[in-house]
Ligand binder design. Structure first.
Ligand code: PEP
Ligand code: MN
Length: 339
């Protein structure tokens, strides 16, 4: 719900009105100050707000229900693209193409360091690697956990690449203190308590779309993090469940321009989990960049046949090198910032 205040409205009146709304309704009020007028945005359950009550207030010029239930993630209130700057100076969402690459799971020091070095050479700006793994089977490899995080730090030290890794529980947050980007996996996209805790941190959050979540639900999850005060959210389309069985998931390529239109947040695509098949990664990666994605997250393993998770969709470093070249060519052809 959007409320436009009359130009004569004083600061005291605004304060009083905001607290009144927050007391009466389950909403949080945010104010944007323009040169002509002040606009209030209500976050929360606006369906419970009595629009006639709002319209009847002296200082209200107009009130409108807006369709989207998300505000902070909404491009309407933030027309400029959000650009996220990582500690090493790498930028996500600035018109360039950010390549995030690395193994599904961190398995050993030799593995993560070798892959990190190779993906960096190929043009990757961020290293991925799972330490806490959400596996369908409790008997499958669950990740090296704290040791995996330590190995990621080691690989970062050797290569200078910032690291992104998945968190599965807010209880683990102390372990993620010096992780550069915290990933929320598809299975946790609607773990609202986790999202709220991440909203209290100042880390960039890579938020993956849930397996069966709508675009609006993804944006509402981003809203949870942002409503807590952390506006550094990167959205990730990683394929959704459909009736198709050839691929592991179906890449919803239309989600890319739709998310870019609805939100100012950077959008990246994960062609590895979207397809589940290594030879499909290249065409899907190229399609994603052509559709306007700000970056890609791609699984790379030094020995995919022996990977402890997701080997079938993992590229070798040589294959990644080729994909990176093709992706940068596509980017150049579309006038993107590519060095
Ligand atoms: C992953 O990135 O390894 C992963 C588990 O991804 P998703 O949450 O998209 O399945
Ligand atoms: Mn994986």
């Amino acid at each position: 719900m959007i409320i436009v205040l009359k130009p004569k409205c004083t600061h005291d009146q605004l304060q009083k009105f905001s607290s009144d709304l927050e007391e009466r309704f389950p909403v949080k009020v945010n104010a944007w100050f323009g040169t002509q007028s002040t606009v209030l945005g209500l976050i929360g359950d606006t369906s419970a707000v009595d629009i006639d009550y709002v319209a009847a207030q002296d200082i209200v010029e107009s009130v409108k229900r807006v369709q989207e239930p998300y505000k902070k993630a909404n491009r309407k209130f933030h027309p400029d693209n959000t650009v996220i700057t990582l500690p090493g100076g790498q930028k996500i969402g600035d018109g360039g193409i950010t390549l995030i690459a690395g193994p599904c799971s961190v398995e050993s020091e030799a593995q993560i360091c070798e892959v990190a070095g190779r993906v960096k050479q190929a043009g990757a700006q961020v290293l991925r690697g799972g330490a806490f793994k959400p596996r369908t089977s409790p008997y499958a490899f669950q990740g090296l956990k704290a040791e995996g995080l330590e190995l990621l730090r080691e690989a970062r030290k050797k290569t200078g690449l910032p690291i992104v890794t998945e968190i599965m529980s807010a209880d683990h947050l102390p372990l993620f203190k010096d992780v550069d980007i915290i990933q929320v996996g598809a299975r946790n996209m609607q773990n609202f308590e986790l999202l709220k805790e991440l909203g209290k941190t100042d880390k960039p959050i890579l938020l993956k779309r849930g397996l069966s979540s709508t675009i609006e639900e993804l944006l509402m999850s981003a809203e949870y993090i942002m409503a807590g005060g952390n506006e550094k959210v990167i959205l990730c389309e990683r394929g959704i469940r459909t009736y198709e069985t050839f691929t592991r998931n179906t890449l919803d390529i239309s989600a890319v321009p739709i998310l870019k239109k609805l939100s100012h947040l950077p959008v990246i695509v994960d062609p590895s989990h979207a397809s589940g098949i290594s030879w499909l990664v290249e065409p899907l990666a190229m399609a994603a960049v052509a559709a306007g994605a700000d970056g890609l997250i791609i699984e790379v393993h030094n020995d995919p046949a022996r990977a402890l998770s997701d080997g079938a969709q993992s590229l070798t470093p040589d294959q990644f090198d080729q994909v990176a070249k093709r992706v940068f060519q596509i980017g150049k052809a579309f006038g993107r910032k590519v060095d």
